[in-house]
Design a binder for this molecule. Structure first.
Ligand code: FES
Length: 62
């Protein structure tokens, strides 16, 4: 993934980028609830939750 792709907004409502989600995972986020708490992603319209979940699954080592 290129640098610019990481700046892409995943959650429009709260302006949360891919990079911000990645940082939250690095800081210990393990599930969607952690991401919501740490970044606010998905807390408004909920339209990004599936995408956030996919990203989370790709980043978190199970
Ligand atoms: S796009 Fe994430 S809560 Fe609306």
């Amino acid at each position: 993934m290129s640098k610019n792709d990481k700046d892409e907004l995943i959650c429009i409502c709260n302006s949360v980028s891919y990079r911000r989600i990645e940082e939250a995972v690095e800081q210990g986020a393990k599930n969607y609830e952690d991401i919501l708490e740490m970044t606010g992603a998905g807390g408004v319209c909920g339209g990004c939750i599936e995408r956030v979940d996919d990203i989370l699954r790709s980043l978190v080592v199970q």
